[in-house]
Design a protein around this ligand. Structure first.
Ligand code: PLP
Length: 397
């Protein structure tokens, strides 16, 4: 057998997602693309802002190709990291400088870098269901053990008592993701403050600092003026894992950063180790052209009002048809309760109406489905009769 034992379950998991993707293509070929309502993917539907294109063109014209396309320090260009630090200092009143920022190949790479930096085999990492399922593989990559706090399915706010009970002497990190994939929920300042207090207390009791990893690809995607608390302000051992995949609609370009605060325990060692982790995991450095783009577009965001319009139409329509769902305050997902609590039957009922959604069990939260509204407004409009038909099947209308 060529492949490792560790890889076998990972292949199985990813084939579920691939099967859904292939199903969408198959259905589009049979019924026509416009008659299939694919809400399964988290691929931004809003184009990257104009500044991205202008930045690429300007860099290609102005920068010496040797510099633009060459190797660089593993953490990234110093001036780019300083620009990111300055922006964060302005926005969140932090004291970062270039040395606190490591440019990464998106959030996926940042998460792997920090987990490799801190985990010994058998160390525990806590997260909250529902969550981005790749955390399972990322923690396993470094022989850590992922422990999952069950969801509060009424609010989808994190169960902090559950987290506290789960912490042991082996707990090395907690991963939070707010605004959340798949619920769209944003954790309040009170929640973050209390979480910080518990982690401080537990770190002291155990004599082992617990790192709070804040996975924030959706920080900029918020609605109704909601504020996303900046977590390092509330807990000093926080590492921010950021990505421009959603905020600038650049998921294929693979660009993000790690922010490791000065105040963090052993900050300089963590920064040095994370930089080496980034290199030896094979990323070496973040894509050079995209780093230069980030310097020019550091305070820009994609047009969030387009997602907001989608959110309002879909949320209001589904509520009107009798579905249950917490109104998302951020990201571009709705997490809808399956009527009858049978997830497989509900997904099948949706499929019969040509609606593709992701089962909640893919996020460790069965009995729900994730509907991504990063699609065209027209797709949502066209899909509404299909959602109505599903609601009718369940006697909701
Ligand atoms: N974390 C969460 C919660 C996500 O939803 C995603 C992507 O959808 C990622 C991390 C990975 O993002 P990136 O494209 O920056 O690697």
């Amino acid at each position: 057998m060529m492949i490792s034992e560790k890889m076998k379950p990972m292949i199985q998991n990813s084939s579920v997602i691939r099967a859904m993707f292939e199903e969408g293509i198959k259905m589009a070929a049979i019924y026509g693309k416009e008659n299939v309502y694919d809400f399964s993917l988290g691929n931004p539907s809003v184009p990257a802002p104009e500044c991205v294109k202008q930045a690429i063109l300007a860099e290609l014209e102005q920068t010496d190709p040797g510099l633009l396309h060459g190797y660089m320090p593993n953490a990234g260009y110093e001036d780019v990291r300083q620009a990111v630090a300055d922006s964060l200092n302005r926005r969140f009143d932090m004291d970062y400088d270039a040395s606190n920022i490591i440019m990464t190949v998106g959030a996926a790479s940042g998460l792997n870098d920090i987990l490799k930096t801190i985990l010994n085999p058998g160390d525990e990492v806590i997260t909250f269901a529902p969550f981005f399922v790749e955390y399972v593989s990322y923690v396993k990559n470094y022989d850590g053990i992922l422990k999952v706090v069950p969801p509060d399915t009424k609010t989808f706010q994190p169960d902090l008592d559950g987290m506290e009970e789960m912490i042991t002497e082996k707990t090395k990190a907690v991963i939070v993701n707010t605004p959340n994939n798949p619920t769209g929920v944003v954790y309040s300042e009170d929640t973050i403050r209390r979480m910080g207090e518990i982690l401080t207390k537990k770190s002291q009791e155990n004599g082992q600092p617990i790192v709070l990893i804040s996975d924030e690809p959706y920080r900029e995607l918020v609605y109704d003026g909601v504020k996303v608390p900046y977590i390092p302000k509330f807990y000093r051992d926080t590492v921010v894992v950021y990505s421009y995949s959603k905020s600038l609609s650049l998921p294929g370009e693979r660009i993000g950063y790690l922010a490791i605060p000065k105040a963090m325990t052993d900050s300089a060692e963590v920064i040095a180790a994370a930089t080496i982790a980034h290199r030896i995991l094979g990323s070496v450095n973040a894509p050079s052209l995209m780093q230069r783009v980030i310097k020019r577009c550091v305070d820009q965001t994609t047009d969030v009002s387009i997602y907001d319009r989608n959110r309002n139409l879909l949320y209001q329509s589904l509520k009107e048809y009798g579905f249950e769902c917490v109104k998302p305050e951020g990201a571009f997902y709705l997490f809808v309760k399956c009527p009858g609590d049978d997830e497989a039957a509900f997904c099948q009922a949706c499929k019969e109406e040509h609606i593709l959604v992701v089962p909640g069990s893919s996020f460790y939260c069965p009995g729900f489905v994730r509907i991504s509204y990063c699609v065209s407004y027209e797709q949502i409009e066209r899909s509404l009769p299909a959602f109505q038909a599903v609601a009718r099947k369940y006697g909701l209308i």
